[in-house]
Design a protein around this ligand. Structure first.
Ligand code: ADP
Ligand code: MG
Length: 282
């Protein structure tokens, strides 16, 4: 039994007036092991955020179920923590207070000294020492997202859900924070489910990359096993002989699905809507 199971999940949204429901994705099944880092890549609008929000319990599903550690997910909970691309910090609270708020709600029995020590540990892990008393307005986008990541990791949830957390961050800073995320994940070995459209980011971070077709009726068509050994860093990972094979494979998938668009997805649907994803191992 896997740690996190997305079991035959479909999602429909009501269509425009007069039209029927729109199928965002159909029959998505995926299994994530404890401590695994998986990413989902697909074109904009294919349903990645909807899938992540269903796992978070923030969005309802139309068919199927999500099972975490043997229990069905039926709403949001502290066992799943989401990091959004727009940071979602409390603007009137300092860096310290934003993280402490989450820690106190996750560990209501802890005394003040335990909370303070725990918050400082995660502030140090994301390189925010010295910025504890700043409010979000005084922080750059990169620093705000460091707070978001520290807050999410600090409550040590069963699953961390990251929805394109670096989308709003400039390319240079993004690289630095990706490395910090690698280090934080190495230190904690949390289970992570991450949405991205950055192929290099996915290879650096993932044990497995799930490739999603375009909507409507999108599906996870392929799963790429990334066997490049850990620990990884941005410098060393590109030296590995598999790196460009994986990169080319993923980019080809994305180009293929960008070119064919909706019509080809109708074709895919007719063929075999519930075909199991192709597993590709590098
Ligand atoms: N609340 C909603 N009602 C209707 N359609 C929605 C809603 N939320 C998302 N969608 C549609 O579902 C599709 C997938 O959206 P989303 O999951 O945000 O895609 P992604 O994150 O892959 O870019 C899009 O076509 C979007 O317009
Ligand atoms: Mg999205």
């Amino acid at each position: 039994m896997s740690f996190l199971v997305v079991d035959h999940v479909s999602k429909f949204f009501p269509g425009h007036a007069g039209g029927g429901d729109v199928c965002i994705f159909k029959d998505v099944t995926l299994k994530v092991d404890k401590g695994e880092f998986v990413t989902v890549i697909g074109h904009s609008g294919c349903g990645k955020s909807t899938l992540l929000n269903i796992i978070a319990g923030l969005e309802t599903l139309s068919e199927g179920g999500v099972i975490l550690n043997g229990r069905e997910v039926s709403g949001p909970g502290l066992d799943r923590m989401v990091v959004f691309q727009n940071f979602a910090l409390m603007p009137w609270m300092t860096v310290f207070e934003n993280i402490a708020l989450a820690v106190r709600s996750a560990y209501p029995d802890w005394d003040q000294a335990q909370v303070v020590a725990h918050v400082h540990k995660y502030i140090a892990l994301v390189g925010l020492k010295g910025a504890e008393d700043k409010r979000p307005i005084a922080l750059s986008g990169g620093m705000k997202q460091r707070v978001g990541l520290a807050r999410a990791f600090s409550i040590e949830p069963k699953v961390l859900l990251l929805d394109e957390p670096f989308a709003q961050i400039d390319a240079l800073t993004r690289g630095v924070i990706q490395e910090e995320l690698v280090q934080m994940w190495n230190a904690t070995r949390n289970t992570v489910f991450m949405v991205t459209h950055d192929v290099d980011e996915a290879i650096l971070l993932s044990d497995r990359i799930m490739l999603m077709t375009n909507g409507p009726s999108s599906r996870i068509a392929e799963i790429v096993d990334v066997t490049i050994p850990r620990p990884r860093s941005r410098d060393t990972v590109i030296e590995h002989p598999h790196y460009y094979k994986i990169r080319n494979h993923v980019i080809h998938f994305l180009v293929r699905h960008a070119a064919h668009g909706v019509a080809s997805e109708r074709g895919v649907q007719r063929e075999s809507p519930a075909a199991a994803p192709l597993v590709v191992r590098f």
